[in-house]
Design a protein around this ligand. Structure first.
Ligand SMILES: Nc1ncnc2c1ncn2[C@@H]1O[C@H](COP(=O)(O)OP(=O)(O)O)[C@@H](O)[C@H]1O
Ligand SMILES: [Mg+2]
Length: 219
């Protein structure tokens, strides 16, 4: 399998400030990779850059023909606004309109939405507003949304933070489904036991002098 992402001398900034620079490396098609590094090392910014949502200050990222529609980003929970009055069904179904198989509006989309909510253990919760959910339940909804996006490249930003052990195990089984289906998955993680047990590849951002440097290492 060839590379799905090639990073070449990537530099990322916020405002004028360099977050990371000189970052090069590849991610293979169908690989399952943990992105690790200390807080503030630029993991979220890098995922957003890979998704095409953060501009490059230097270098290039080649996604080898994988389009934005083929890319799903599950954002860090704490970065999301949950005050919007919307149901679990709608959070999932709205994502299903964006891509391939579920593009048409109608029964297919609703069936896919129900199947995805069922897969993450939320069957029967379709009409529940997202404000009424626990952190773990909300994360399940975000996974259901990612399932219906049917993306080739799946980027997960701290998917198990504030999620209990049982829910983590369930959501890990979804990650393994994606891997078995040949999708490429990159997940920002902190739990090194979980990384060692479940993620064959590791990308580590190591800020050598604070945030100024980053190295990409393939384990
Ligand atoms: N919107 C922003 N504006 C300015 N600086 C930011 C912004 N978001 C993140 N940063 C800074 O960029 C650096 C990297 O942040 P981030 O990518 O969120 O790191 P990580 O996900 O590894 O914790 C941090 O120093 C953070 O303070
Ligand atoms: Mg982050």
């Amino acid at each position: 399998m060839g590379a799905v992402i090639t990073l070449e001398d990537v530099e990322l900034r916020h405002g004028g400030r360099v977050i990371l620079s000189g970052l090069s490396g590849t991610v293979d098609t169908g690989s399952l990779t943990a992105l690790i590094g200390p807080n503030g090392s630029g993991k979220t910014t890098l995922l957003r850059a890979i998704a095409g949502l953060h501009p490059l200050a230097g270098g290039r990222i080649d996604r080898h023909g994988v389009s934005s529609a083929d890319t799903a980003l599950l954002a860090q929970g704490s970065h999301l606004d949950r005050s919007f009055p919307i149901t679990c069904r709608d959070v999932v179904a709205l994502a299903a309109t964006r891509v391939g198989a579920f593009r048409s509006i109608g029964r297919g989309r609703m069936a896919a939405t129900s199947a995805a909510l069922d897969r993450v253990g939320l069957a029967g919760m379709e009409s529940r507003p997202i404000q009424a959910l626990s952190a773990g339940q909300f994360q399940r909804v975000l996974f259901a949304r990612t399932i219906v996006q049917d993306a080739k490249l799946i980027l997960l930003d701290e998917p198990f933070t504030a999620v209990d052990t049982a829910t983590t195990q369930l959501l890990l089984s979804v990650v393994h489904d994606w891997h078995a289906q040949g999708r490429t998955v990159i997940a920002v993680l902190h739990d090194m036991d979980l990384v060692r047990e479940h993620f064959p590849h590791t990308m580590m951002l190591t800020g050598q002098t604070a945030q100024w440097d980053a190295g990409l290492q393939a384990a």
